[in-house]
Every structure is written in structure tokens, then in C-alpha cells.
Design a protein around this ligand. Sequence first.
Ligand code: ADP
Length: 484
Amino acid sequence: MRPKGSFSSIKWKIFGAFAVFAAVMLILLWFFQVVFLESFYKATKISEIQSQAHELCQNIGQPGFSARLKSAAQERQICVIVSDSAGNRLYSEHAVQECAIHRLGPWALATIYMVAEQNDGSYFERFRWEQGGAGSLELGASETGKKDTPESIVYAETVQTSQGRIMILMNSMITPVGSTVETLRLQLISVTGIMLLLAVLLAWFLSRKISRPIIGISKTAQEMASGDYSVEFDGSGYKEAFELSETLNETVQELSKVDRLQKDLIANVSHDLRTPLTLIEGYAEVMRDIPGENTPENVQIIIDETTRLSSLVNDLLDISRLQSGTLKLEKEVFSITGAVREILGRYTKLTDYSITFHAEEEIFVCADKLKISQVIYNLVNNALTYTGEDKRVMLEQETDEGKVRISVTDTGEGIPQDKLLDIWERYYKVDKAHKRAQVGTGLGLSIVKTILDMHGGAYGVESQEGVGSTFWFELDITDPPSSS
Ligand code: ADP
């Protein structure tokens, strides 16, 4: 088992994920709202004033320009002066209290015009007011004054109009954001606390929801591991846990079936071993103790019972080898028709049974001859065991689309429809109380199924109660070997 300590519980993993998420969100908020707020605000303000100037430039001289200028100035809290190249004011709008441009005389305006013209038609300046000072724009005096005094931006743009070349000069205040940043910082600290608390609560809630069904399933699995197959897995809560519990329920059902069948086998095998052994012991003792009982019939009984014992032991060995996967197929080309005839030859002594085989031609297949013979042998044996009073067993060989089908039909009691799938299971017997059924071990059809599965051949059974059963299997037809 792996040490428990090397895994942290789902609760802590979820909490960790939430904490990382919250931390990233807070860092982003911090950067945008606290560190970069001022630069963002200034950049926005500047681009706003530039686009406003641009828009106004395009409308200079048009009817209603004065009204437009007034509303723009009021709306955006900017001072605007429109002047000609000599510095004479054409329009003027005053909206900022501590305006930097309205005190400028024609000479100063003309100077700004000149500077703008030399600078591709625009001029930009940022400056601070001296507290309580007269305050006026001086060219090249940007960023003077104390840090805590309001900052102002001045922007000029020159443009060609029908009235000649003119300049539009604007001034806007930049409100200090220091106090806003402080408020945001305090808010962020509270938000950090709330987010962490929420992360803990959510992690606790989610982990409970996720881990509860898993803990339940794990407890049930422990009960199952201790051998209790009556347990039922409950994974209600969410889809994955539900699917896991459904799979485990199927597994436990299979396990209990195998467990039951295995217990049945032990009972069957011990019964099947005891019966012939008792007979052998009994007959041997009789032959030893009573003169004249040493007859060939009695010896035959001992031989028959020994054969039964060895076939039982062989079945058990076969199934364990086949199902452990250690046995490999040794394929060769052989005549399946010949193989069936060979097997039926073993039954010639059963004169009271009527066994027929109908085949129109000789068919060759490429398969493991020994194992396919075992399949045929098992099917014929079953048919002989379960066939009806008329003791008839019919074998048939048919071909269709490159496949050969061998079927074995008997006239017995048949198999109930709901048992048709179960009979292929290991150790399964339809009617355990039935005397004849006690002949077998319930392994024959499981051996047949495993061998045919290894060959990739189809197989099946059709049965009608009171009429009989037909067991069949199919193999691919091969060309006969060239030598034959
Ligand atoms: P067994 O050794 O008991 O015959 P099998 O695996 O060969 O074991 O068969 C499993 C069960 O299927 C049998 O116990 C029997 O109930 C049923 N079965 C098999 N073949 C036939 C058949 N030809 N007719 C009726 N029942 C059959």
C-alpha cells in the first residue's frame, strides 16, 4: 500500500486552487486599480482631449459651431480658445476654474501657434499650478510646481480653414487620484480577506460534495474485499461517482456469481470424485473377497469409473490452462469433416444410440486440430448425455460464404430460454437436481467457448423445451493442403 501521507486530501487541493485563483485576481486588480490607475487616467484624459480637439477642428466655421463648442466645453470641463496665427481670439469658452490659457495674451497665443506649426501642427504640455500663485502657462515649464497641486494639460492643434490657418487651444484639469487609490487599496485589503474566507468555505463545501460519495464507495469496497459480496455501492451525488458505483456494482455481481459457481464446483467435484471412487473401491473389494466375482464385467466397471475420473481431472486441467492464457494455439490445415468422422468413430460401441453425420463435401480449415476436436467431442458428449428417449444425435456440416458450420442436434428436454446464456459459464449446470446433469462438471461448454473465442469463430445454441437443442460453431474454410 502507498503511504497515506504522500497524498494531500481533495479538500486541500481544491482550497489551493481557489487560493491561487483569488490571488491572481487580486494581483490583477491591484495592478490595474492601484499601481496603474493614475497613468491610465492620464492617458485616457489626454486621448480624450486630443480627439475632442480633432472633432472641433473639423467643424470650425460651420453654423452652430459656437453652441457646439460651448456644450463640449461644459460637458468635458475644458477651456477652449480658437485663435488665428497672430494670436487673435476667434472663439473662447471657459469651463475650468484655474484655467491656464485664458490669461494668455495674443503674443503668447501666437508663440504657441508657432511651436505647434513647427511640431507637425500640434502642441502638448503638462504642468502644475503653484498653490495660490498667479499661475500662467510658460512654454517648456511642464511638470513644475509641487506634487500635491492639481495638474493641468494643455493641447493645441493647428488647422487650415476657409478663414485661414487657425489654432485650437484646450486646457483640462487632471484631478489627483491619490485619495481614490488609497480608498481602493483599503477596499482591496477587505476584498482579499473576503475572497480568502470564501475560498475556504467553497473548498470545504465542494470537497465535501466530491469526497463524500468516494469515501462511501471506498468503505463499501473494503467490505467487499473482506468477502461480503452482498454489498451495494452508492455513488449518488454526481455523474462520475454514479458511474463508478454502477461499474463496481456490476463487478461485485460478477464476483459473487464466480464465488457461488466456484463453491458449487467444489461440491460437484467432490461428489463426482467420490461416486466413482466408492464404486471402484466397492468392486475391487468384492473381487478380492468373493471368489468368482473376478469377472470381466466387474473389471470393466472399474475401468469405466477410472476413465470418468481421469476425464473429470482432464477437464479441470484444461479449463485452468485455457483460462490462464498459458495455452497457445497450434494451427494447421486439416479436414474438419474427417475430424468429425474420427470422433464419431469412438462411439461405434454405443450401439443403442443413433448418431448420424451429414456432410456433402470434405472441408478444410486452418485451426488447432486437437482443440477443435475437443469442441466437437464435448458437444457430441453433451448431446448423448441430454438427448431424449429415442437416443438420437444428428450432426450436420453446412457451408456458406467461406465459412463451415458444424451443428450437433439432440432430441432431449432442451434448455430454458433464460438459461441459454448462462450455460457457457464455468461450472454452470441448468438443473442441479437432475440425475443426468450430475454426470458433468459444468465445464464442458466453458471449454468449448474458450477454444472458439481463441479461434475467433462464431458459436451458439438454439433450443426448444421438449423438442431438443442444436449447438453449432463456425470456422473459416481454407484451401486443402497441396499434397493432399
Ligand atoms: P456438463 O459437464 O454439466 O454437461 P457443460 O458446460 O457441458 O457441463 O454444460 C452446461 C450445462 O448446459 C449442462 O449442465 C446442461 O444443463 C446444459 N446443457 C449442455 N448441453 C445440453 C444439451 N445438449 N441439452 C440440454 N442441456 C444441455
